[in-house]
Structures are given as structure tokens and as C-alpha cells.
Design a protein around this ligand. Structure first.
Ligand code: PLP
Length: 391
């Protein structure tokens, strides 16, 4: 399959003259994703939220099938949640940790996840350890193997870190986890929508993602995958009358499916938008998307490398669509502001978002551009030309 760039650009509803390279922050929704949401909001306005939900029930249910197709799982293994963090936390805080348990994680782990590890370390006496990286920056599988013992309760890694183009070898890590029967969580927040995800190939027990980034869905919605074989071992840290049934005055029963991690009230327009965004990506083909994203990101790195004051900060043997850089003598925030004034949207990544990696590599605040398949070579050239004017 090849990419019909013109058709894809015709689907953009963005303001003319803007160049959107903040796809790692929040991407642009295709027109059909916007329309799906607007249509549902209009229905809610005309018949009320509850009736709208009843009328659209089949489409709302089909969102679970869309997620299941995206990551190769069963729809009963999917919970649709407010964002990636909520999904991740619901699963993580369900794990019955005991004093002395070890959590092994990646050096480029996302701040929110690491904060949760530190919290259970503080409250339950769990030990948090980072798996050393290879020379090129990925989680080192040999080092991981050497760290395994019977106290390792969890391996939990970020697939694509928030601060650069690194892609961690989640399937190889999963093979180790599976071999030793260790619970395995993958944060796929930055990879969903730009890299093919197959939970069976990855061997993960839990995987989380958000709607608004490379999936090009709405804000305020994400999903959580929980493997059916581990579901019954996980008791959600919070429950309500949706996730559990109140069966007697002194007793409740949890839902049998992954929706035990959801709660009752939801933004159905956003859910429908998520489903439409996933279907849109699947129609194009994730492999086609991945190829184009990788090609454009490599081109951007080449263009940036040619600017003497710029240091491209991405690590990893195979890099994805996130391209980060710094510039001698100019703060990242100043560059971002200058680019924004010139209608080029990127974001910044601060060391605190991936502290272990940032400390190890002594990273400053970085300019973060997230390249997506709808971007053009001309847009990347415009970014670099504007960066040059910053010098
Ligand atoms: C790697 C990673 N994980 C998790 C998250 C959190 O996602 P959300 O804001 O949807 O909770 C982010 C957000 O930037 C992220 O980059």
C-alpha cells in the first residue's frame, strides 16, 4: 500500500499557513474524526446525553473492536479511559506488591510512571531499578536477563519515550518477561498510531495509549489493554457502580472484563472520535504510516544535522517520528516561541519528563518536534530554515 498524501492533506481541517509538528504533544484530527464528534454532540444537544448514547450504542460499542484490531486483542480486554495515565495507573496500582518486590524499568521512563514506582517504593517497600541501556540507547536485553531473580514482580517500560526518537525493544523485553512469568506493562502512549502494536508479539500483560498523539484522535480519551489471563489477579484501586456490581449489602462483584477499570460517566463524543481515528489509521495501514513517519523524521534529522549550532538529541538504532534537538546559546523555550511566532508548532521536553535519561545524558530542555505522515518535506525545510534564523 502507498500513501495518498494529497487525500490525507485534504482531510486536514487546520488553519491555513500553520505547520503542525507537535504530533508528540497533540496531533491534528482528520476531518472525519472531528465530524464524528460534532455529530454526536449535536445529537446530545437535540435528544439529551442518555438518549444519544442509546441511539449510538452500536457505534460506541464498536470502538472496543477498533482498539482490539489496532493492537490484536479481544474486545473484552479493552477499557476506554480518560487518558493514558489513568489507564496506566488503574492497572499499575492494581498489582498486589509486597515488601522487597523489585520493579525493573527503562532509563528513558516517563515521569508519571516513575513517580508511581517511587510512591509504591515509599509506601510498600518495593525496590525500583533501571535496566541499563545499550550503547545506542535501547533497554539492554542482556542486562535485563542478568537482573532477573524471583523478587522481580514487574517489568514496566515506555515503548517510545516522550523525549526523543528512541524505540525500545518491547517484544524482546516481553520474551524475557514471559520466560520468567513476570508481569509486564508497556506504555505505548507515543508509539500508538506511528508503530504497529501487537500485544501477542510484545507478550505484554498491560498496554496503554492515548487518543490525541500519533493516533490523531481527540483529547481526553485513551485506552488500556489488560490480558484476559491476568484480569482476575488485578483488583482496581478505585471502583464504582459501573466497574463493580453491588450484589448484597456487604458484597460486590467486579466486572469480568477489562471495563472493571472504567467508571460510569464518559465523554461519548470523544470515544467515538477515538474509534474513528483508529479506523482511519488502520485504513491507511500502520506499516505505511510507520514507513512515511520514519522517512520524514530521518530527513528532518539530516536537515538539522547540517545546521552547525544544532545538536540532534535522538538516540536509538531505529528511530521513530519524534525528533528532538538543542541549540548552542539559545534556550529551547526561546526557539519554540520563535517558531510559534512563525506559525510552526513544536513543543519542548524538559529533563523532568524523563529524569534518569536526562541526567545520564546531561540533557538540557529540548525542542521536540513530532513528525507525522501528513507532514511534507517543504514543512520540514521551513522548520529548519526558521531555526537557522534563530541563530
Ligand atoms: C510516554 C508517555 N506516556 C504517557 C503519557 C501520558 O499520556 P496522557 O497525557 O494521555 O495521560 C505521555 C504524555 O505525554 C507520554 O509521552
Amino acid at each position: 500500500m502507498s500513501l495518498n498524501k494529497q487525500a490525507i492533506r485534504d482531510d486536514l481541517t487546520s488553519k491555513p499557513g500553520y505547520i503542525h509538528l507537535d504530533n508528540a504533544g497533540a496531533s491534528l484530527m482528520p476531518r472525519c474524526v472531528l465530524d464524528t464528534q460534532v455529530k454526536h454532540l449535536q445529537l446530545e444537544a437535540s435528544v439529551g446525553g442518555y438518549e444519544a448514547e442509546r441511539l449510538e450504542n452500536q457505534r460506541i460499542e464498536a470502538v472496543y473492536d477498533s482498539v482490539a484490531r489496532l493492537i490484536n486483542c479481544h474486545r473484552n480486554e479493552v477499557a476506554i479511559v480518560e487518558n493514558a495515565s489513568v489507564g496506566w495507573m488503574m492497572a499499575f496500582y492494581s498489582i498486589p506488591f509486597e515488601r522487597g518486590d523489585r520493579i525493573l524499568t527503562a532509563e528513558a521512563e516517563y515521569a508519571s510512571n516513575y513517580l508511581a514506582y517511587l510512591q509504591v517504593a515509599r509506601e510498600r517497600g518495593v525496590v525500583v531499578e533501571t535496566i541499563p541501556s545499550t550503547g545506542s540507547g535501547e533497554v539492554c536485553i542482556e542486562s535485563l536477563r542478568a537482573m532477573i531473580d524471583d523478587r522481580v514482580r514487574l517489568i514496566s517500560v515506555t515503548h517510545v519515550p516522550t523525549n526523543g526518537g528512541l524505540v525500545n525493544p518491547v517484544a524482546a523485553i516481553g520474551a524475557v518477561a514471559r520466560e520468567h512469568g513476570i508481569f509486564y506493562i508497556v506504555d505505548a502512549c507515543q508509539s500508538a498510531g506511528q508503530i504497529d502494536l501487537d500485544v501477542d508479539a510484545i507478550h505484554c500483560d498491560v498496554l496503554t495509549a492515548t487518543g490525541r498523539k500519533f493516533l490523531r484522535g481527540p483529547r481526553g480519551v485513551g485506552f488500556l489493554y489488560v490480558r484476559s489471563t491476568v484480569l482476575d489477579t488485578l483488583h482496581p484501586p478505585m471502583i464504582d457502580l459501573f466497574s463493580a456490581h453491588w450484589v448484597a449489602a456487604d458484597r460486590y462483584e467486579l466486572r469480568a472484563d477489562a471495563r472493571r477499570f472504567e467508571n460510569w460517566e464518559n465523554n461519548y463524543a470523544a470515544r467515538l472520535g477515538l474509534g474513528r481515528a483508529i479506523d482511519y489509521a488502520l485504513d491507511i495501514g500502520i506499516e505505511v504510516i510507520e514507513r512515511e513517519v520514519t522517512r520524514l523524521a530521518a530527513l528532518l534529522r539530516d536537515l538539522l544535522h547540517a545546521v552547525p549550532a544544532v545538536t540532534v538529541q535522538d538516540i536509538g538504532r531505529h528511530k521513530c517520528g519524534i525528533v528532538t534537538f538543542s541549540m548552542a546559546g539559545i534556550e529551547a523555550v526561546e526557539i519554540e516561541t520563535y517558531l510559534r511566532k512563525n506559525r510552526i508548532l513544536v513543543s519542548v521536553s524538559s529533563p523532568a519528563s524523563t529524569l534518569i535519561d536526562a541526567n545520564r545524558r546531561q540533557l538540557p530542555v529540548l525542542v521536540r518536534s513530532g513528525v507525522h505522515y501528513f507532514n511534507t518535506e517543504a514543512e520540514l525545510e521551513a522548520l529548519v530554515a526558521t531555526v537557522k534564523r534563530c541563530c
